[in-house]
Design a protein around this ligand. Structure first.
Ligand code: PLP
Length: 420
């Protein structure tokens, strides 16, 4: 084969397929694509407008004043010291994650199953060996220290660097790790000298504002990625940030800047200027964050209750805007309908009900486990923000379309034998 094998990211493909069905005029329940429903604040939008004349290339690592701002912001929010020198800015965290992978030579990469769609393809593009550490519904999709110990002990090639990617609050599970859980994992990570990429892109959307960064408990080898895509509703603006460990090897930093310079050059200058405004940790930003958390908590709870009422297994979300649905209880009934894996399940659901979910397989789950990710962002974020003060009593109204979709899902799942 002459060309590198890399499939289009599962989330983007589903979005296109959903769009095709919608174009035919049929109703579609958009649970597939996880895009923030909240627009950036007016101040941040104005800052972007005002920066339209910034046509310059900035330094690869980003504007010094933005690196300073991001360091100060996360120092304040996460409660551990960060300097501007530790921060690299890029057009989104996806290229940062890609370049971090590329900065290591033939490493052993460990991913929890489930974990976000792009980690494994990016690791394979960088010629790393990928090991999925499976989790289960019963252990809340969390990896346990004993599992890590077993995985690292069994690893061949002591010369290979070990890398693990954690993402919490998680996509696709919506769950987080407590400080105690992180500390227990850290004992094993430290023992085996593992590099940790902590993808904390949903950290500021922890529904109770209680996120603990892995860099607080494992500062020496944690690379934190974050950015504007989720908490500032600006995924398409493309602004990501990496926080390196304070004593990161010079070669790692140089490799990342070198890779950045040979791929994206820099994050767009106007976006970096707007980000200066987003990373202003004042009352406006705090109110915006608190409102989003409150809304996602209330809507997440309403959606979760409706799913449980359909007979599905799912854990109540703790952060971000996803739920991982476990259809395994329906395995027999689904098998009778010719559905034996998650891809068939999502395909049939989309064509027969217009409900768009992403199969767990895209997140490293076994196909036969019959899991699928639901993003609960199909609501008017602007309207919900106006209602934030009383969202607990109005969440059902805001989530009305999604509740219709869950009803369609429940009817399809629980349809009597005679209809099959
Ligand atoms: N990491 C996770 C867990 C995500 O869900 C996403 C986007 O969906 C990304 C990274 C990529 O974010 P960005 O827009 O910063 O590239």
């Amino acid at each position: 084969m002459t060309f590198v094998r890399v499939a289009k990211s599962g989330t983007l493909s589903l979005n296109e397929k959903t769009q095709e069905i919608e174009n035919t005029g049929r109703p579609v329940y958009r649970f597939g694509f996880g895009e923030s429903p909240f627009p950036p604040t007016q101040r941040v939008q104005d800052a972007l407008r005002g920066a339209a004349r910034r046509t310059d290339y900035t330094a690869v690592a980003g504007l010094p004043e933005l690196r300073q701002k991001v360091a100060a912001f996360h120092h304040e929010v996460d409660g551990y010291p960060i300097t501007a020198e530790q921060v690299l800015i890029a057009p989104g965290t996806k290229p940062l994650l890609h370049n971090i992978m590329r900065a290591f030579h033939r490493a052993a990469v460990y991913l929890p199953g489930p974990s976000w769609v792009s980690y494994a393809p990016q690791a394979r593009l960088a010629s790393h060996e990928v090991t999925v550490i499976p989790t289960s519904y019963e252990c809340r999709w969390r990896i346990k220290p004993a599992q890590l110990e077993r995985a690292f002990k069994g690893a061949g090639g002591a010369d290979r660097e070990k890398l693990i990617v954690l993402n919490y609050p998680g996509n696709p599970d919506g769950l987080t790790y407590s400080r105690a859980e992180l500390e227990a994992l850290t004992v094993v990570l430290r023992k085996h000298g593992v590099w940790a990429i902590s993808d904390e892109i949903y950290a500021l959307l922890d529904h109770r504002g209680g996120h603990v960064s892995l860099a607080q408990v494992y500062p020496e080898r944690t690379l934190v990625t974050t950015g504007l895509s989720k908490w500032s509703g600006a995924g398409g603006w493309r602004l990501g940030a990496l926080i390196l460990p304070p004593d990161a090897p010079g070669e790692l930093r140089e490799a990342l800047v070198g890779l950045g310079s040979e791929t994206y050059s820099c994050a767009p200058a106007p976006i970096q200027v707007a980000a200066l405004s987003a990373y202003e940790l004042d009352g406006e930003t705090s109110t915006f964050l608190e409102a989003q958390r409150r809304i996602l908590r209330a809507i997440g709870s309403v959606v979760h209750c409706a799913l449980v009422a359909c007979g599905l297994r799912a854990h109540a979300p703790q952060g971000g805007f996803y739920l991982l649905l476990d259809f395994s209880r329906f395995a027999e009934e689904l098998a009778e309908r010719g559905i034996g894996n998650d891809a068939q399940l999502c395909d049939r659901l989309l064509t027969e009900t217009g409900v768009a979910l992403l199969p767990g397989d895209a997140f490293g789950m076994p196909r036969a486990a019959l899991t699928a990710r639901m993003a609960y962002v199909d609501f008017d974020g602007q309207a919900a923000l106006r209602d934030a003060d009383r969202i607990e009593t109005t969440a059902t109204k805001h989530a009305a379309k999604m509740l219709d979709g869950i009803r369609a899902l429940g009817n399809w799942l629980n349809q009597p034998d005679s209809n099959r």
